[in-house]
Design a protein. Structure first.
Length: 403
């Protein structure tokens, strides 16, 4: 390898190419991009023009005409088993794929290995996968450093925190500084404009009906949420046209349940518990039973194990309306559903192109396939501005050490 020649790399769990985009921009040479999904490899191929392979990475024998040694291996293994919006099963078979990139890096004697995943992958019992990966790499002669980045620090108008593991093979022990000069924060108002003639700008407006009534009540920065107080939460009982009318006293009852379910904990997991009926009686005395029966009938609450009461709708936010003067929440695979996310100023979901802009994709990057697949591609991708920074770190800070 020479700094004057192109640095070779392979991309594992490549998705549509968000991670690769930064490496291409920094003149790395892709020898192969691998993913199990033919839809994403098609988009990768059409946009990045490199060799792609539909391949299940549980099989470490990679197709393609690869040399015995590759300069860099990058990997963005699945995050679903780690993500806090999922079930977070420690033994989800997808979690083991975090180790796959390291094994392939060792197999091809890569000088550099870098992988990415969500913050939840390094908390609780899930942390064991990172420990195993770093131990395996260290045993095989690599130095490692785990770094946390927020995409908003790289000009991406989004709150998206990710863990990046850098690993490099060098006899010279050196702690490399992977910190960065923070860029100026970019807000949604800076990028959600001038898209009418672009590809992937599909508009899905909310039809008349309950969804539109709800959307009309949700202001920028707010969400439909019964489990949190404050100005950002609009409770179902505040939209009686959809969820049913209640009395002032019933509203006080629901608000109290909302608070107590988080204050009085019985379990270690989760962030709330059903409230014991006898506790509620200390607040409402003789009214308690009538309030309980009325709210059960109106389906605002439910009984749990006969002695407890909980709210019927305990989701932590639906119909989240984005705010033009702020950052977007994390773009995920549900971004195209207005029941999850609503455009800041219009009663509709975000288009694929809008989601792609929030992720930092250039407008020339075109998505293909079923519309939900396109949203999944965007939501699963590494933001290209972040991958660009990672590629520069490898080229400027690591490569000179491993020559």
């Amino acid at each position: 390898m020479s700094v004057t020649n192109k640095i070779t790399y392979i991309s594992l769990f490549s998705g549509c190419g968000g991670f690769d985009a930064g490496f291409k921009e920094n003149n790395f040479k892709c020898l192969g991009a691998y993913d199990i999904d033919p839809y994403v490899t098609d988009v990768h191929s059409k946009n990045l023009k490199g060799p792609v392979y539909v391949h299940d990475l549980n099989d470490l024998n990679l197709p393609g005409d690869l040399p015995e040694k590759i300069d860099v291996v990058i990997a963005g293994s699945p995050c679903q088993g780690f993500s806090t919006i999922g079930k977070r099963k420690v033994n989800d078979p997808r979690n083991h794929l975090l180790l796959t990139g390291g094994h392939i890096a060792v197999k091809y004697d890569a000088k550099v290995f870098v992988c990415e995943n969500v913050l939840g992958s390094n908390s609780g019992e899930h942390k064991k996968y990172w420990v195993k990966l770093q131990s395996f790499l260290t045993h095989n002669g690599y130095q490692t450093k785990l770094v946390k980045y927020n995409a908003s620090d790289f000009g991406v108008p989004q709150l998206r925190k990710r863990l990046i593991l850098y690993a490099w093979k060098s006899d010279r022990i050196q702690d490399i500084d992977f910190l960065f000069p923070k860029m100026q924060i970019v807000l949604l108002k800076d990028i959600l404009k001038d898209m009418s003639d672009l590809k992937n700008h599909n508009l899905n407006f909310i039809d008349n009906g309950p969804d539109l009534t709800i959307a009309n009540r949700i202001k920028p920065g707010q969400k439909l949420c019964n489990v949190r107080g404050g100005e950002r939460s609009v409770h179902t009982w505040m939209i009686p046209e959809v969820f049913g009318k209640i009395t002032k006293r019933e509203e006080e009852f629901l608000t109290l349940v909302m608070k107590l379910r988080r204050q009085i904990r019985r379990r270690e997991n989760g962030d709330a518990d059903p409230v014991e009926k006898k506790i509620l009686k200390t607040y409402f005395n003789g009214e308690t039973e009538l309030l309980l029966q009325n709210l059960l009938k109106k389906e605002y609450i439910k009984e749990v194990d006969k002695k407890y009461i909980d709210l019927k709708n305990t989701f932590n936010g639906k119909y989240k309306r984005l705010d033009m003067c702020s950052l977007s929440p994390t773009v995920d695979t549900r971004f195209g559903n207005y029941k999850n996310f609503i455009h800041p100023t219009e009663h509709r979901s975000l288009s694929v192109r809008e989601a792609a802009r929030i992720q930092g994709f250039k407008d020339t990057f075109v998505f293909y396939g079923p519309i939900q697949k396109q949203y999944e591609m965007v939501g699963n991708a590494v933001p290209p501005p972040l991958s660009n920074f990672i590629a520069k770190n490898i080229k400027d800070k690591i490569i000179p050490l491993v020559l």
